[in-house]
Design a protein around this ligand. Structure first.
Ligand code: FES
Length: 74
């Protein structure tokens, strides 16, 4: 039995949720949207490719509540 690291979700400053660790993104109908080890999920609600971030948060004026950390997007 292999041991996996826990998934880590980082709230970025005025931006996306950064998800690190083996993850499956599942649609409401149960179908697989994507699987992988790193995702950037929309937090502002304005992305055109939800649930993923498309950087619209930079132009829509999204400002978070101060919970976010400085972003580290590769
Ligand atoms: S957080 Fe980036 S588009 Fe919403």
């Amino acid at each position: 039995m292999s041991e996996q690291s826990p998934v880590k979700i980082t709230v970025t400053e005025n931006g996306w949720y950064q998800v690190e660790g083996t993850t499956e993104i599942i649609a409401s109908d149960g179908s697989l949207i994507r699987e992988g080890d790193k995702f950037f999920l929309c937090r502002c609600g304005h992305s055109n490719v939800k649930p993923f971030c498309d950087n619209t948060h930079k132009t829509c004026g999204f400002v978070d509540d101060g919970l976010g950390k400085k972003p580290k997007k590769d």
